[in-house]
Structure formats: structure tokens, C-alpha cells
Design a protein around this ligand. Structure first.
Ligand code: PGA
Length: 253
């Protein structure tokens, strides 16, 4: 059984004070039975340490939105896996489409980070997904296949089983236009088949594959209860405690 996993990607939102407010509200909003649903928040770097203190004793776990693939050194502006671990992170989002688009991250570069996260004992939430242009050209399967192969290159099955993959069609991110449950399920099935080819059927069965892109309380249940959709990576809707809790509630049904 794959654990339903809901992660909130705060992106570049919420300063120190706003972090405190949102986590306080979220803890109150999560007073229902989570039924084993895993809840992760990924605030900006500057809020991680505070968030770690505030979620102590709650069911909420902590992740970062990016990291460098070295432990330390002359990499101005970067943050290392050991630094993330030291402030209580268990997870790190890697290869988000905004990092690919604005910071030119390639599959090979993301692959380096995924390997480093494994070595450091962090669970990566590894993102992939096609653009609108690619979907309209009917090359979604090829694009997604190349991305998944690229980011997982030379990673052993036992490590892949502990990763989280996140299918995030670029056209659905922040647009209010989510993939239909059928479109999401179709790609998740494709990725699970691919994992079966790259590794084994049992590895493929174990990997958590989240869907991301305009997930909100209103559409969460039908997306989250597709057989191969194991959770959600949530952007906009995670910035309000009630809507993030609404999505978690849909997963805890
Ligand atoms: P969105 O973002 O929920 O605002 O579409 C999802 C993401 O980018 O992870």
C-alpha cells in the first residue's frame, strides 16, 4: 500500500512572520483524523528552521524546495543537503518546472542532486511534466519518459523505491487548469510501467507518484483517488490553511 502523500510547495511566498501564522492555522485546521496521510510543507529556506520548531509534535513534516549537490564550498547563494538536514528537513523538491524553466536545470543536473539527496538521507520529490506545446504535439509520453529516465539515471532500485515522483504538467501549474483525473492517471500508469521496465514490477508498485498542477479542495478527491495517483504536490492552494487542509481531508477519506 502506497501512503497518500500531500506536499505543499510554498514557492517564494511567506516571510518569517507569515510562516508562523500559516503553520499555526494549519495545525488547527488539521485536527481531524489524518488516516495515515503524510503531510509535508516546503517553505522557503529562510523559514525552514522556524517551521521545524513550529511543527514539532504535529504530524506535519518538513521539506525544502531545492538544494545544491555538494556539501559545502564556493557556491554563492546555494544551500547544501547537510544544511537542510541540520534544520530538520526530511524532504527536498528537485527539478520543479520553475527551476527547469527559469534556472535552466537539466535532467542530468537534477540527477546529480537526486543522487546527492539519497547519499545525504533526504527523500527527494522529483518533478517532471510536459509543456502545453508538447501535449498539443502529442509527445507527452516521449517527454515524460525521457525526463524520468534522465533524472533516475544510475540510481539503484532500492533507492528509487524511497523517492517520491511528482507528475506536474507545466500547463496545469498555477493556471487554475488542472489535468483531468483521466489525463493524470494515464501519465501515472505510463510512468509506473516505465519504472517496471527500468527496475522491477515490485519496485514500480512501491514508488509514490504525486500529481501537481492546480490541485484544490474542489478537485482533490477525484484526482487523488485515481488508482495510480498517490498524492499531490500543491502550490497556490497550500498557502491558505483551509484549502491545504481540504486537500488533505480528501486524501484521508
Ligand atoms: P499549483 O502549483 O498548485 O499552484 O498549480 C503546483 C506546483 O508548482 O508544485
Amino acid at each position: 500500500m502506497r501512503t497518500k502523500t500531500i506536499a505543499g510547495n510554498w514557492k517564494m511566498n511567506k516571510d518569517f512572520l507569515q510562516t508562523e501564522e500559516l503553520i499555526d492555522e494549519l495545525k488547527k485546521a488539521l485536527s481531524f483524523d489524518l488516516k495515515g496521510v503524510k503531510v509535508i510543507i516546503c517553505p522557503p529556506f529562510t523559514s525552514l528552521e522556524l517551521a521545524h520548531r513550529l511543527i514539532h509534535g504535529s504530524a506535519i513534516e518538513l521539506g525544502a524546495q531545492n538544494m545544491h549537490h555538494e556539501d559545502e564550498g564556493a557556491f554563492t547563494g546555494e544551500v547544501s543537503p547537510t544544511m537542510l538536514k541540520a534544520v530538520g528537513c526530511k524532504y527536498v523538491i528537485l527539478g520543479h518546472s520553475e527551476r527547469r524553466q527559469y534556472f535552466h536545470e537539466s535532467d542530468a543536473f537534477i540527477n546529480k542532486k537526486v543522487k546527492k539527496a539519497i547519499a545525504a538521507g533526504l527523500t527527494s520529490i522529483v518533478c517532471f511534466g510536459e509543456t502545453l506545446d508538447q501535449r498539443e504535439k502529442n509527445i507527452t509520453a516521449q517527454v515524460v519518459t525521457a525526463q524520468v529516465r534522465g533524472v533516475l539515471e544510475d540510481i539503484a532500485a532500492e533507492n528509487v523505491e524511497r523517492l517520491i515522483l511528482a507528475y506536474e504538467p507545466v500547463w496545469a501549474i498555477g493556471t487554475g487548469r488542472n489535468a483531468t483525473p483521466q489525463q493524470a492517471e494515464e501519465v501515472h500508469v505510463l510512468v509506473r510501467k516505465l519504472l517496471g521496465e527500468m527496475y522491477t514490477a515490485s519496485t514500480a508498485e512501491r514508488v509514490i507518484i504525486q500529481y501537481g498542477g492546480s490541485v484544490k479542495p474542489e478537485n482533490a478527491a477525484e484526482l487523488l483517488w485515481q488508482p495510480n495517483v498517490d498524492g499531490a504536490l500543491v502550490g497556490g492552494a497550500c498557502l491558505k490553511a483551509d484549502s491545504f487542509a481540504g486537500i488533505i481531508k480528501a486524501a484521508a477519506r
